[in-house]
Design a protein around this ligand. Structure first.
Ligand code: ADP
Length: 257
């Protein structure tokens, strides 16, 4: 609580009373903490690949590595870390853009967006021998959305489903209409998410298993982008998951007819 005292004066400037203004700054403090945590997290995430790059570069420059295979190995690691940094920066810019821009929802065709996304990720699923299925109810109404943003949501969800499902698994996308809403779900039979992590996975940089996510090229930002976009569509994202059994992410969009 923050207190301010404002004295009330009469014509001779004598204090005759006063007003005490109490401001609850809990929310402000919270916001400040969130912002500080964010900056600390970003710095840490940026520094990790940089430290590793500097280490390998120093070794290359200072010691005379004769063996071309070792040199190539070091260069390859540096290249991987550079790629990682650029994905991270791209994700961060994307997130900040979504957080700052206002949304102009339009009645649009969801089926078209989904077909495009599935075409985009089909190869990735195929390469991992994952059965990627999409079921769209007939006569789906138009929905209120920002096409590019919903495309991003679907890419992130399906990409995760493929990433966190072992080879030979199944990913299914289901779309159905009920009353004035269209329900969308992405379900996999992959590694699942422990109950205690299920709320936290939507936080920026939160990953159940950092090493695994990192190895799969993850940054921990994908789901925070998803939640942000879905919230700006007046909805929210839900997760149902069981460790070792699989996960299902779902949300709805408002029908336009
Ligand atoms: P990342 O870049 O690490 O994939 P996300 O924000 O997309 O970041 O997801 C956060 C974390 O949630 C992941 O690191 C992973 O632990 C977990 N996760 C997301 N989707 C799934 C899924 N379909 N199955 C299992 N775990 C998942």
């Amino acid at each position: 609580i923050h207190a301010t005292f404002i004295p009330l004066l009469d014509e001779q400037k004598n204090v005759t009373g006063g007003v005490i203004v109490l401001t609850d700054i809990t929310e402000l403090r919270k916001l400040e903490t969130v912002r500080n945590d964010f900056v600390a997290n970003v710095s840490h995430e940026l520094r990790t690949p940089l430290t590793s790059m500097v280490g390998y570069l120093d070794t290359l420059l200072e010691s005379n590595i004769e063996d071309p295979a070792t040199r190539d190995k070091f260069l390859k690691i540096i290249k991987e870390e550079t790629d990682r940094l650029s994905v991270l920066i791209k994700d961060l810019l994307n997130l900040s853009k979504i957080e700052s821009q206002s949304f102009d929802l339009k009645a649009d065709n969801l089926g078209e967006v989904l077909t495009k996304v599935v075409n985009l990720l089909e190869k990735k699923a195929e390469d991992k021998n994952i059965d990627l299925k999409i079921e769209i109810a007939a006569n789906l109404p138009l929905v209120y959305m920002v096409r590019e943003q919903i495309k991003q949501v679907m890419i992130n969800l399906i990409d995760n489903a493929i990433k966190y499902t072992p080879a030979g698994g199944k990913v299914s996308i289901n779309v159905e209409a009920e009353a004035d809403k269209v329900y969308i779900s992405v379900k996999d039979n992959g590694i699942g998410i422990p109950l205690s992590d299920q709320e936290r996975i939507f936080e920026r940089f939160y990953r159940v298993d950092k090493a695994r996510s990192r190895a799969l090229g993850g940054t921990g930002i994908g789901l925070s982008i998803v939640r942000n976009i879905i919230k700006q569509h007046g909805s929210d994202i839900q997760v149902k998951s069981r460790e070792g059994a699989g996960s299902e992410f779902s949300f709805y969009l408002k029908a336009a007819e």
